[in-house]
Design a protein around this ligand. Structure first.
Ligand code: UD1
Ligand code: UDP
Length: 370
């Protein structure tokens, strides 16, 4: 029996783990254990995804909650080590680039347990991003590095990682999108928020560089104020962003704008429906850049860099930083109705989880112990 501990902690992690757990459960010789670190804990950031995506209840919740990066990472490591010593798994599987990913990977490696990293090799080359530090360190302690785009393979090779460990398998986040697209059609979110197809833009913001920095935050909202004069903006507010909106007294002013619809963070199916039917998306999210590429929905990314360059070369993504002219020009261009056409990146076909599990079984399964 191959015992795999799967680690999740944040919203994008739940979306990435769903197809992997489903695939593991198809194999009698895999015993999947799910551990939630508790990094995200609001119902709208956690429970909603277990329900929408039918993810089994975690076997253990470490309940670390929010803290500074170092404190949160340390808390996860202390609690996760205990779980590892008790369970003695054959493999720890981590996804993405959040603190939970890095903390679990390094702890497992120090306990002598093999690590698989799903969504390996992405690089923004911006070490000010906490995620970039997490990505690099996680990759360098991993035994299986599963990648989503070819740039990731090259980044890992450039960092001296053994080519044999690097496995291009496609994108598990897109597995989830493909398997839930039909279900999302049943969502009533447009009616609930009073929206019409292609007559609104969706906005998400949560990067510390945009929302923790007072000047950037204010400047982004001044620009969005100009965009909302041309098109309705729907804004599901991430908890980090809500905290900052309150701190900088910006929430009341946003609420007063008729063309800005504020909501809590939405569940997966409602949010997918909102993206599918939108004119375009404005975001600083990582995963949303990929989803909009597959949905062929234009994506305006308020960042200077992206660790997912394929979304700009083959997909619908444009990077506009926080530059007012760039943001307004990109939005106006889309509002005027200029068509976009994306190519779906190779192997973003809904079968990435299947490939990952087959590789793990071939390398670690009963008949092929390494
Ligand atoms: C984290 C990840 C980021 C990822 C994002 C996905 C790190 C370093 N950052 O950012 O890479 O893109 O998740 O959404 O791991 N909070 C709540 N309720 C919650 C969770 C958070 O109120 O359920 C508030 C707390 O005030 C907390 C703040 O949001 O301090 C930030 O949460 P945290 O998990 O530290 O970082 P995120 O910005 O969510
Ligand atoms: N998402 C969601 N509800 C929302 C906002 C985002 O379901 O209100 C989904 C989105 O479709 C994507 C994921 O959350 O699958 C992205 O998470 P986030 O932007 O928090 O993290 P990142 O990808 O930047 O790490």
């Amino acid at each position: 029996m191959l015992k795999i501990i799967n680690v999740v902690g944040t919203r994008p992690n739940f979306i990435k783990i769903a197809p992997l757990i489903k695939e593991m459960k198809k194999h009698k010789d895999i015993n999947p254990i799910l551990i939630h670190t508790g990094q995200h804990y609001d119902a709208s950031m956690s429970k909603a995804f277990f329900e929408d995506l039918n993810i089994p209840k975690p076997n253990l919740n470490l309940e670390v909650g929010s803290a500074s990066d170092a404190a949160q990472t340390a808390k996860i490591m202390l609690k996760f080590e205990k779980a590892l010593l008790k369970e003695k798994p054959d493999l720890v599987l981590v996804v993405g680039d959040v603190n939970s990913t890095f903390a679990a990977a390094i702890t497992a490696k120090k306990c002598g347990i093999k690590v698989a990293h799903v969504e390996s090799g992405l690089r923004s080359f911006d070490m000010k991003m906490p995620e970039e530090i997490n990505r690099i360190l996680t990759d360098h302690v991993s035994d299986f590095l599963f990648t989503t785009e070819k740039s990731a393979n090259q980044n890992l090779i450039n960092e001296g990682i053994d080519k044999k460990k690097i496995l291009y398998v496609g994108n598990v986040m897109i597995d989830t999108l493909i398997s839930h697209r039909e279900k999302a059609k049943k969502s009533r979110i447009l009616q609930k928020l009073g929206l019409y197809k292609k007559e609104y833009a969706v906005l998400t913001l949560h990067r510390p560089s945009n929302v923790d920095d007072n000047e950037s935050f204010k400047s982004i909202f001044n620009i969005l104020n100009k965009v909302q004069r041309k098109i309705k903006i729907v804004f599901p507010i991430h908890p980090r962003t809500l905290k900052n909106l309150k701190k900088h007294c910006l929430l009341e002013s946003l609420k007063s704008k008729k063309s800005i619809v504020l909501t809590e963070p939405l569940g997966y199916l409602d949010f997918l429906s909102l993206m599918i039917n939108s004119k375009f998306v404005i975001t600083d999210s990582g995963g949303i850049q990929e989803e909009t590429t597959v949905l062929n929905v234009p994506c305006v990314t308020i960042r200077n860099t992206t660790e997912r360059p394929i979304t700009t070369t083959e997909g619908t993504n444009v990077l506009v930083s926080t530059d007012e002219d760039k943001i307004l020009n990109s939005c106006n261009h889309i509002i005027k109705g200029v068509n976009v056409k994306s190519k779906i990146p190779k192997l973003w076909d809904g079968k990435a989880a299947d490939r990952i599990i087959n590789i793990l079984l071939a390398n670690l399964g009963r008949n092929h112990q390494t």
